[in-house]
Design a protein around this ligand. Structure first.
Ligand SMILES: C[S@@+](CC[C@H](N)C(=O)[O-])C[C@H]1O[C@@H](n2cnc3c(N)ncnc32)[C@H](O)[C@@H]1O
Ligand code: SF4
Length: 389
């Protein structure tokens, strides 16, 4: 399998910008997304995002941006001029690499070709569409505002306007069969650009789906069936040139999301906007940062303090090493044991690794890279807890 070159982005620096609004709240979703029936004051949020970008940049001025990701929520509810204002603010704050990857998340229901061209004119060069399913009944059950025809049209328009396109599907949905998923995935692959994100449905606590699930009204596949769904997904994507480079992310060679690789390789990124997380190395120490989640409260804080951070603290070596392990083992390329040991200040326990190797959960590749096997990916949290213990 093609492996992304781990050293190619040694100085990668990503900027994540969160747009916290959606036209409707999906019943399975626990992202920081809010519906505002009275309309959204885009100018106010653009100004607050601009201000927060400048404040964060003053902490780490000596960076060069290799990727920007406008995520949500539904960033495609923004007018192109709002996107342009945000991207301008980033390029005023830091130099942006000429080949920077600039992604915008879009919902198929809020797609118009003109809007897409406006985003492209603003500087966006990659689009990530929340397709979720190619079946009308399932889209309805997921509470989505689009149908399958709109999803297909959005992918088609996206592919003509942007050089790079990804879309998301959710599988292991209530009532879904393996054969149904196979057919849907094959259609998705036939439509795909250079990248696909394939997420197993997670029942998130506190969502309407969690309440339905608890009362027995939402039957999701049993754990054994989940393993079959996962294996099928791995096999079909690999056989069709879109192998997994991360647990849920698939790409053609060179089509990996550079922005997401920055997270998983545990390189620095700034988090801008309500509820955004950042990991920034300041004076040689990795810091964890997180902003206030509630959009208007966040904007008020930015207007008075220049930022909405409610967490801004150094991570201990152990905390940073645990995070690096959790992120790195998600990747097919794995993580460098040398880099891990330099961060944690202590070596891996060789007996523990040998034991996990014997059980087929991990393997060492390319000299010093530790990676989870597909079996290990299925129990990743337990695996990380075991290695880090
Ligand atoms: C934050 S959403 C943003 C994309 C866009 N708002 C949309 O939904 O079309 C990112 C992706 O997370 C996935 N997602 C959200 N909640 C999920 C859940 N409970 N289980 C699995 N995937 C989920 C969906 O595939 C979604 O496209
Ligand atoms: S559109 Fe996306 S972010 Fe918004 S509620 Fe639905 S899944 Fe969540």
């Amino acid at each position: 399998m093609e492996m992304a070159n781990p050293s190619q982005d040694a100085t990668a620096f990503g900027v994540y910008v969160h747009w916290p609004f959606c036209a409707a709240k999906c019943p399975y979703c626990d992202f920081n997304s809010h519906v505002r029936h009275g309309g959204i004051d885009e100018a106010r949020f653009a100004a607050a995002l601009t201000l927060e970008i400048a404040t964060i940049a003053a902490r780490v001025p000596d960076r060069r941006v290799s990727s920007i990701f406008l995520g949500g929520g539904t960033p495609s509810l923004m007018r192109p001029q709002t996107v342009a204002a945000i991207l301008n603010a980033v390029s005023k704050a830091w130099p942006v690499a000429r080949d920077a990857e600039i992604t915008l998340e879009a919902n198929p229901s809020s797609v118009e070709a003109d809007r897409f061209r406006g985003y492209r004119a603003a500087g966006v060069n990659r689009i990530s569409l929340g397709v979720q399913s190619l079946m009308d009944a399932d889209l309805k059950a997921l509470g989505r505002l689009h149908n399958a025809a709109q999803a297909r049209a959005a992918v088609e328009i996206g592919r003509t306007v942007f050089a790079r396109l990804s879309f998301d599907l959710i599988y292991a949905r209530p009532g879904q069969t393996l054969n149904g998923w196979r057919a849907e995935l094959e259609e998705a692959i036939a439509m795909a650009g250079d990248h696909l994100s394939l997420y197993q449905l997670t029942i998130e606590p506190g969502t309407p789906y969690a309440a339905l699930h608890a009362s027995g009204k939402l039957a999701v596949p049993e754990p054994d069936a989940l393993a079959d769904f996962y294996a099928l997904t791995q096999d079909i994507t690999a056989a069709n040139g879109l192998p997994a480079y991360e647990i849920s992310n698939h790409a053609i060679a060179g089509g990996q999301s550079r922005h997401n690789l920055t997270y998983w390789r545990y390189q620095d990124y700034a988090g801008i906007g309500p509820g955004a997380h950042g990991r920034l190395t300041v004076d040689g120490v990795k810091r964890a940062m997180m902003s206030e989640k509630h959009p208007e409260t966040w904007a008020g804080r930015v207007e008075t303090a220049g930022h909405g951070l409610i967490v801004d603290e150094p991570l201990s070596r152990e905390e940073a090493a645990d995070e690096m392990l959790l992120m790195g083992l998600r990747l097919r390329e794995g993580l460098s044991t040398r880099r891990y040991e330099a961060v944690s200040g202590r070596p891996f326990d060789p007996r523990r690794l040998a034991d996990l190797r014997t059980h087929g959960m991990i393997e060492t590749v390319a000299g010093d890279r530790l990676r989870a096997t597909p079996a290990g990916w299925m129990v990743l949290d337990a695996l990380v807890a075991d290695i880090a213990a």
